[in-house]
Design a protein around this ligand. Structure first.
Ligand SMILES: Cc1ncc(COP(=O)(O)O)c(C=O)c1O
Length: 396
């Protein structure tokens, strides 16, 4: 019997990262030692006290049951998130109404679109972007209006370029700074402009603050909720995947406008039963103790970035150091400029065993770029640099 996927699935662009995964599998079976920079999947260990809290939680009474909003573990986590937010951004949140734990932020971002978009509702989504920002819209039946993020504008959106009618009909907009994949950061002034722009429109602004902690240099990342009146139409997404190297645990949260969060929670209640209670207990431990782990983590990523970017420049691949995130967003080397980012990614992998993410995996505006994720050790980076050097020196 032929299986016909729903039209909403057929409207999705091909998930390019699956194609890259298939190439990786193929070259591995040919005996190639793949050095994998393609996915933002942290290789550092989570904080030991969090793992210990998890161990202890597994023995607690009732820990294996479904999660319930009113129980102590759940209440403690929401309070810990609110307290962390206050300490980090000076933003006060009602833990019961303005905090929503998520099974990873990706889940929550997809459910936000599902909760609010009718078929053919418009959503404003920057390109390049983390893929669930646009794929979530498509899966919910919405229509994408792509806001191009250009290097010459610091990868910030130009709101003036969006036609007035488009804005008027848009229900949702996504933003994310520090930005994956471009590594761009924004200041509070930018968020002030966003809130000024959005205050008289019927639009939800969703800010993805996944990389809030991984920032280098004097400036810190800002919460959009630091801006007055932002809570009228904004929500913000967070995760423990990056700051605490807990990607596989699936622990994220959303904060902000209570009515928006209520609708996301309602949508989720038809789909999932919340987070494993032991994960909630351990996540509370991650957010409550002094944040020395995060400081060390950021220093370790910075060390890797310095090593790798200096190396790329030395071997003839001009590259800038990022201000934030653990990614390196690189133009395809000039001599390969005729290739698409997918073609270049495939060639690089097949010729060197070095796996990267193609820029177009993040949307059409990613064309001409590839992304390295700093999730491999310095020793493996050294090996990768050696292979890429030989590759660049070959005659094209
Ligand atoms: C910008 C951005 N948002 C969300 C996510 C997903 O995070 P989580 O593991 O919480 O689903 C990622 C993961 O790479 C990301 O880069």
């Amino acid at each position: 019997m032929p299986m016909h996927e729903a039209n909403r699935m057929l409207r999705l662009p091909p998930y390019l990262f699956t194609i890259v995964d298939n190439w990786k599998r193929e070259v591995r079976t040919q005996g190639v030692d793949v050095i994998d920079f393609s996915m933002g999947n942290p290789d550092f260990e989570p904080p030991p006290h969090v793992v210990q809290a998890m161990r202890e939680a597994l023995k607690m009474k009732g820990i294996h049951r479904y999660s319930k909003f009113d129980e102590e573990i759940e209440r403690n986590l929401r309070r810990a998130i609110a307290k962390w937010y206050h300490g980090r951004f000076g933003v006060d949140l009602d833990p019961d109404k303005e905090v929503l734990p998520l099974i990873g932020s990706k889940e929550g971002i997809a459910h936000l679109s599902l909760a609010f978009l009718n078929n053919d509702d418009l959503a404003l989504v920057p390109s390049p972007a983390y893929p669930v920002h646009f794929n979530g819209v498509i899966m919910a039946g919405g229509i994408l209006y792509t806001i191009p993020l250009k290097e010459e504008n610091g990868y910030l959106p130009d709101f003036g370029s969006i036609p007035r009618e488009t804005t008027r009909h848009s229900k949702l907009m996504f933003l994310s700074y520090p930005h994956n994949p471009t590594t761009a950061v924004c200041d509070l002034e930018f968020f002030n402009k966003v809130i000024h722009w959005g205050h008289d429109k019927d639009i939800i602004v969703a800010h993805d603050l996944t990389y809030s902690d991984i920032v280098f240099g004097p400036k810190r990342a800002h919460s959009i909720l630091e801006v007055k009146n932002s809570r009228k139409f904004c929500v913000e997404f967070h995760t423990l995947s990056k700051s605490y190297s807990m990607a596989g645990w699936r622990m994220g949260f959303a904060v902000g406008n209570k009515d928006i969060l209520k609708s996301v929670a309602k949508t989720k209640s038809y789909v999932d039963f919340g987070l494993f209670r032991a994960i909630q207990h351990a996540a509370t431990a991650a957010l409550t103790v002094p944040q020395g782990y995060v400081k060390t983590l950021v220093a370790n990523y910075k060390k890797r970035i310095d090593y790798f970017v200096d190396g790329l420049n030395r071997i003839g691949w001009p590259t800038k150091k990022p201000a934030a995130t653990f990614y390196i967003w690189c133009k395809i080397p000039q001599q390969y400029g005729a290739l698409t980012s997918m073609e270049f990614t495939e060639l690089l992998l097949r010729e060197t065993g070095v796996a990267v993410a193609p820029g177009t995996g993040f949307g059409e505006m990613g064309e001409g770029y590839i992304r390295f994720a700093m999730v491999v050790s310095e020793a493996r980076m050294k090996a990768a640099l050696g292979r890429v050097k030989d590759f660049l020196q070959r005659k094209v």
